[in-house]
Design a binder for this molecule. Structure first.
Ligand SMILES: Cc1ncc(COP(=O)(O)O)c(C=O)c1O
Length: 425
């Protein structure tokens, strides 16, 4: 079981057998309201018929096509569709997950520096308390000790700036916190320490979800961009959870009006239906690889299932659904109601902070002495038993409901959490 206490799970398994709209159904027939879009995936809700039909249809037309030296029109069509969603970005590279997108982005950054004659730029700067998936690149740049300590062999030349989370200054901020733009200057410190000519890229999640919903302070991301520009360093945004409407815009970079050079996506790209990811590259990156002789492979990278026909069909249907139903706008319109609803939990037992942006919220609980994570995990289990799926990250309850959620369903989320906070020890 991925990221699960296996023995604990086996004592009391939680199994979903069906899903529709914003509800899962468990093996014993209980309905569970999905407060997390599965795992930040099902932005349009579950089992949406147009996506189901597109996958069914495609599986009978072209079930698989090799992706090395051969293509299928659908992958080019989907790539075109995606780059139309993001001005200034000319190409995407298809992967099968967020972790693969992250490692692909790191490799593209290194290869780009090499191709443009800056082969000394091999280091990465990432951030503490970041999550970038579980492949070796991702855990090396990630800022979670537990995700590394069993594995030892990590990428060399990775450094971390400080994280932006600070309850003392920013507790109960609604939206982007006022305090903390200066934390971006930690990047300048590391760049000077290691010399800009050795640094390939800086990678951050514009909004960190998996490490407890950390919202960037006002102006922080712009400041990172400025520092990268001064030193000619690539800026990579990991948008695996923020892509496709979570903040009320197509991508978080649109919300913050900060343009990265490369950004990763996955999850919501197919509404979670078929595993897929895409790495977006700004204009000029692809071209830097095109100096090699025409018969030579320009990028020694790719996956058997890059641009898989079923994933592309699902992705095309997903983007159409997002647009037809105006789900990114809906997300923006619901964000205020969602914000006020979750902040109404202020004052509940154990709550030390509530933070939110777009359709994401984190409710941080005071940890049990010497037993971090135990309290939020207990809250997760009790919410589940009361018909609500939340995510426990550390001692924070994270919420990221499907963008089709209704206001009364948001009220249900808050009511259940409120009840659970009265119950847990
Ligand atoms: C920011 C970020 N990057 C990467 C990943 C990894 O994605 P996956 O689990 O699809 O490999 C995640 C997963 O939650 C994520 O939140």
């Amino acid at each position: 079981m991925p990221f699960t206490a296996n023995r604990d799970f086996k004592h009391n398994p939680r199994l979903f057998v069906k899903a529709e709209g914003v509800y899962y159904t468990t093996a014993d027939g209980q309905e569970i309201l999905d407060g997390t879009s599965g795992l930040w995936c099902s932005n349009a809700g579950h089992c949406r018929i147009s996506i189901v039909d597109a996958i069914k249809k495609q599986s009978a037309i072209l079930d698989f096509a090799p992706s090395f030296q051969i293509g299928s029109p659908l992958s080019f069509e989907f790539a075109e569709r995606l780059i139309h969603m993001k001005e200034g970005f000319s190409h995407v590279f298809f992967t099968n997950s967020g972790s693969e997108s992250v490692d692909t982005a790191l490799k593209i950054a290194l290869a780009y520096q090499y191709s443009r004659g800056s082969g000394t730029r091999t280091k990465f700067i990432a951030r503490e308390r970041s999550y970038h998936g579980v492949n070796f690149g991702g855990i090396s740049i990630g800022g979670i000790a537990a995700n590394r300590k069993q594995f030892n062999n990590l990428l060399n030349g990775v450094y971390h700036i400080c994280d932006t989370h600070n309850i003392k200054h920013n507790a109960y901020s609604k939206g982007e916190p006022e305090w903390g733009i200066h934390l971006a200057d930690d990047l300048e410190r590391l760049v000077v320490l290691h010399d800009p000519s050795t640094i390939a890229a800086v990678i951050v999640e514009p909004l960190a979800g998996s490490t407890g919903v950390l919202i960037p302070p006002k102006g922080y991301l712009s400041r990172l961009r400025e520092i990268c520009d001064v030193h000619d360093i690539l800026l990579i945004f990991d948008e695996v959870i923020t892509g496709f409407g979570r903040l009320g815009t197509a991508f978080a970079s649109d919300y913050f009006a900060v343009r990265p050079d490369i950004f990763t996506t996955a999850k919501g790209i197919t509404n979670g239906t078929v595993p897929m990811g895409a790495v977006f590259c700004r204009n000029g990156i692809y071209e830097a690889f095109m100096d090699a002789p025409e018969s030579a492979i320009e990028l020694f990278h790719g996956y058997t299932c890059s641009g898989h026909p079923l994933a592309c069909a699902a992705g095309l249907a997903t983007i159409e659904l997002y647009q037809n139903e105006g789900l990114f706008t809906r997300s923006a319109e619901l964000a205020h109601y969602f914000q006020e609803a979750v902040h109404s939990l202020k004052g509940s037992r154990y709550v030390v902070d509530i933070r939110n942006l777009g359709m994401v919220a984190g409710i941080e609980l005071e940890s049990v002495h010497n037993k971090p994570t135990v309290r939020a995990l207990e809250a997760f289990k009790q919410c589940y038993n009361k018909g609500l799926l939340v995510r426990a990250t550390g001692d924070t309850i994270a919420l990221s409901p499907p963008l089709i959620i209704e206001k009364n369903q948001i009220d249900f989320i808050v009511d259940v959490i409120s009840m659970v906070l009265r119950n847990i020890s």
